[in-house]
Design a protein around this ligand. Structure first.
Ligand SMILES: [Zn+2]
Length: 486
């Protein structure tokens, strides 16, 4: 109704609004569905960075041209950047609340790859026709171990899946579960080794063997974090590089700064050296100096202070924002919940973001407005704080890390990703249009549920889901990102 009214106003004034995308009353059937006019189009794949008009029809980009074009819906992108929609390879929150914050942070595709799921069909079915943005999942070693061992935990295991060694027959069941998940189009295999310390190195190797057989990536939260030998982040990375070399499974190391701390440059050196030996390894980081996970998980088992080089006052309770003491730590470890740890040096955050081989991904999860700000502000923070304000990297390079790089990492297993992460003819019309002078995150550790600023328009598969900074209600154009179903 509003749209009709707006079209009528346009007819009377003859004006084209530069405020909202608007119906063009004089278009005819040969025109595009949507045209984005006079924007600065940046495509990290071709290195195009120029003022262009973009024509969209049937959910895909049909033209990128200097010539005038017309369409049924017009978006004036003067002074704005027109980029491929951002891709988040590490997003745990996979519901409408989270999708809303993601899309206002410019994200059009969110993937749960680290933890994954034990039931791939159910995961995709639950979101079919109900998702604001594109979404996908891996088959997860952690949830499978929880299911097979009857662990009552939630996001992370708390009982046998943490502390019990798997029997040979349980390892057979785990392998079967991974095979089955991959046959249902899972995007690889997820691991949270720190959450399952009783999983032996042999058990993990057995899981990698399945991934190696299918040539699909293993997404790994490493077994140890920090600097203390023998259980250091160096040893943790050696374990999975070795598993990748032995089995041929590609490896993706998640949130490398949150386990590497000041040793992160050493981890990145190890990855580059392994790459130069022909081993397929990638890594990601988030642009924050604090971590977040569940306090009742094995991450906070005895010895965490020494391992991570922090103490109680470096911990912040996500629910209230309060800093912890020995007393409140003990209390919350019994009740359970999310805890934030201020443990990553800022110079490590910066050098890792600036490293040309590292993908940016959020590790985000907001629960009823509570959580870590990375879940809501990661992408605007990279483009606002680290690109514009601190000039750590160029805008094109910042965009490459949140569009093309994740798309390339996934495209072998999910061919649909060949048409995402790029803005070119034939690409899916997942497009984020933002103001490079205004884009910035607003979310803080105390108030994570704050939308980023400066995201003007977002299109998902050719549907406008953010219009002049406003979320459009009750539209669900998100599609599954899924591997081949066998
Ligand atoms: Zn993790």
């Amino acid at each position: 109704m509003l749209r009709k009214l707006f079209a009528i106003i346009l007819l009377f004034t003859g004006a084209v609004s530069n405020q909202h995308c608007s119906r063009n009353p004089s278009s005819n059937s040969k025109d595009y569905d949507i045209v984005i006019l006079n924007g600065r189009v940046i495509n990290p794949e071709s290195k195009l960075d120029a003022i262009r008009n973009v024509g969209i029809k049937g959910g895909s980009v049909q033209t990128i041209t200097e010539k005038p074009i017309t369409g049924k819906t017009l978006i004036d992108a003067s002074d704005l950047v027109v980029a491929p929609g951002f891709i988040d390879m590490h997003q745990h929150g996979q519901d409408q609340e989270n999708y809303t914050y993601k899309v206002l942070d410019g994200v059009t595709t969110v993937l749960e790859l680290e933890m994954g799921t034990a039931d791939v069909d159910k995961w995709y079915n639950n979101r079919e026709g109900k998702a604001l943005i594109n979404h996908g999942v891996s088959v997860g070693h952690v949830p499978l171990r929880m299911r097979i061992m009857g662990d009552p935990g939630g996001f992370a295991p708390v009982a046998d899946a943490v502390y019990k060694m798997a029997s040979d027959s349980e390892i057979v069941l785990l392998k079967k579960g991974i095979e089955q998940g991959l046959s249902r189009g899972a995007l690889g295999v997820g691991f949270g080794l720190m959450y399952t310390p009783a999983a032996t190195k042999w058990e993990i190797l057995e899981m990698f063997r399945i991934a190696g057989k299918h040539k699909v990536p293993c997404y790994v939260h490493m077994r140890y974090g920090g600097l203390k030998e023998p259980n250091s982040c160096i040893a943790a990375l050696e374990e999975v590089i070795s598993a990748s070399a032995i089995t041929g499974a590609p490896l993706h190391v998640v949130h490398i700064t949150s386990l590497g701390f000041e040793y992160t440059p050493r981890l990145l050196q190890m990855i580059k050296e392994a790459n130069s030996q022909g081993i397929d390894i990638s890594a990601e980081c988030y642009p924050y100096s604090a971590t977040q996970t569940t306090i009742e998980s094995a991450v906070y088992d005895e010895g965490w202070q020494e391992s991570f080089g922090i103490t109680y006052s470096d911990l912040q309770w996500a629910e209230t924002g309060e800093r912890l003491t020995a007393e409140s730590f003990a209390k919350y470890r019994k009740t359970g919940g999310m805890v934030i740890a201020h443990s990553i040096p800022e110079d490590v955050v910066k050098s890792t973001i600036a490293d040309s081989t590292v993908i940016i991904a959020s590790d985000g999860m907001l629960t009823k407005g509570k959580g870590h700000p990375r879940g809501t502000g990661t992408f605007a923070r990279v483009l606002g704080k680290y690109v514009r304000e601190e000039k750590l990297l160029t805008l094109a390079e910042g965009l490459r890390k949140i569009t093309l790089m994740p798309a390339q990492r996934l495209e072998k297993i999910a061919p649909v990703m060949k048409n995402k992460g790029r803005i070119r003819e034939g690409a899916d019309a997942d497009i984020t249009i933002f103001d490079p002078k205004k884009i910035i995150d607003q979310a803080t550790y105390e108030e994570p549920a704050k939308y980023s600023k400066g995201i003007s328009y977002v299109l998902v598969n050719g549907t406008v889901v953010v219009n002049n900074g406003k979320l459009q209600e009750n539209i669900f154009p998100g599609r599954p990102v899924r591997g081949t179903i066998k």
